[in-house]
Ligand binder design. Structure first.
Ligand code: HEM
Length: 384
């Protein structure tokens, strides 16, 4: 009898990672979902493999073993460290504050008058402020940290991303020293507490790496989703003022999360390394191989989503995988949803005549960051 096949869907192909290494790309919803919970593939390469196929050239996006030679950290480690800090309940408590920040940023845009650029005037300052506040990053370091977070995930300039990764971790190192002497009411302090309780599982290096990861993840993905959401809402004929209705808003946000950016989709999905041979139809993924699970493609799989290539803000059945699935499900999902709702629920009331400034199809794609989107999103409106 031949090997048992693990295939659950038809779309798998040998491609390359953004770093140019050979990688299996999985595109169908059922297989992506299955592999996201499969113990035979892991986010970390096997510790004995000296030169695993690289996912990207950005240092901060390599999942390297901190514990060299030892087993990889348990899948639920990040969740155990920070899940309570980002729980939906805690995030709901932040709603008034996040709404106030959004409204203030939009008022600033109104005061300055049209035109404006959404990423720099609204999306970046919002997401950078919120995640810096949560991590306890001091006000005077925030502008630099915002820059480093953006540069650290540059896929096309290894020297730039390595320098930013270094600076980000150096700052986190100093903060960790500071917070261990003077604990605060912040997530870094929560992580240090966990590290003190579980030193074998989570040393200081891991706390520093995690803090840097949280900082860039809290900014980069959210900025792209704000950019994507406004692009979609402004290029489709929908009643945007109805987004003040919480149910309408909730469905629209989930559809924005599902729908790949029309200008530049994600550059690649999420990476994993095979820890055993896996048989998918007539393909054998060998132990050690790099596997990329393409969430954007899974999100338009016609066997799961009706009319998947249409942006339907009222879609009610929407089991998208934009935040992943299983043990690594995004810990920042509740925070991201909160920020997206604050933006799309407020902006059209304050700027009812908002529109893209220029031809939406001529906008420059953002190809140097995994999350895609556009380089800039210029908008304008009639002065009130
Ligand atoms: C709309 C914005 C966001 C999107 C689309 C997004 C997407 C994702 C995805 C797809 C994963 C799973 C990765 C995998 O399986 O390997 C993930 C994990 C993660 N995300 Fe997000 N994310 C967003 C916002 C955030 C925010 C705001 C934070 C920080 C507060 C954050 C922190 C993390 C962390 C730490 C993980 C790793 C979780 C783990 O491995 O257990 N994300 N995110």
């Amino acid at each position: 009898m031949g090997p048992q096949t693990d295939i659950v869907g038809p779309l798998i192909e040998l491609g390359t990672s953004p770093a140019g290494a050979p990688a299996w790309i999985i595109r169908d919803y059922a297989t992506v979902k299955k592999l996201l919970t499969d113990e035979r593939i892991n986010r970390f390469p096997h510790p004995d493999v000296l030169d695993p196929p690289r996912f990207t050239t950005a240092e901060i996006l390599q999942f390297k073993q901190v514990n060299q030679g030892g087993p990889p950290p348990p899948d639920d480690l990040i969740r155990r460290m920070v899940a309570t800090s980002f729980s939906p309940r805690r995030m709901r408590g932040m709603e008034p504050q996040v709404n106030a920040i959004v409204r203030e940023l939009i008022q600033d845009m109104r005061r300055a008058g049209p035109p404006a650029e959404i990423r720099s005037a609204l999306a970046e300052p919002l997401s950078a402020h919120v995640i810096s506040e949560l991590l306890g990053i001091p006000a005077d370091a925030r502008a630099a940290v915002r820059e480093w977070s953006d540069a650290s995930v540059d896929l096309t300039n290894p020297a730039r991303s390595a320098a930013a990764d270094y600076e980000l971790k150096a700052l986190m190192n100093d903060l960790v020293e500071e917070k261990s002497k003077h604990p605060g009411e912040d997530i870094l302090t929560d992580m240090l507490r966990f590290s003190d309780q579980e030193p074998e599982l989570c040393g200081r290096d891991l706390v520093i790496g995690m803090a840097a990861g949280l900082r860039f993840a809290g900014q980069i993905n959210t900025v792209t989703l704000i950019d994507r959401g406004l692009y979609l809402l402004l290029t489709h004929p929908i009643d945007r003022l109805r987004l003040t209705d919480p149910k309408v808003l909730e469905h629209a946000v989930e559809e924005i999360l599902r729908f790949p950016h029309p200008v530049q989709r994600r550059i690649a999905g999420v990476p994993r390394y095979a820890r055993a041979d896996i048989y998918l139809g007539d393909v054998v993924i060998r132990e050690g191989d790099l596997v990329i699970l393409d969430l954007d493609d899974a999100n338009v799989d016609p066997s799961v989503f009706a009319d998947p290539e249409s942006f339907c803000p009222a879609r009610s059945e929407n089991p998208h995988m934009s935040f992943g699935y299983g043990p690594h499900y995004c810990v920042g999902a509740a925070l991201a949803r909160l920020e997206l709702k604050a933006v799309f629920g407020n902006i059209f009331g304050l700027l009812p005549e908002l529109r893209i400034d220029g031809d939406p199809e001529a906008l420059e794609p953002r190809r140097h960051q995994l999350s895609g989107g556009v380089m800039t999103l210029p908008v304008t409106w009639a002065r009130g």
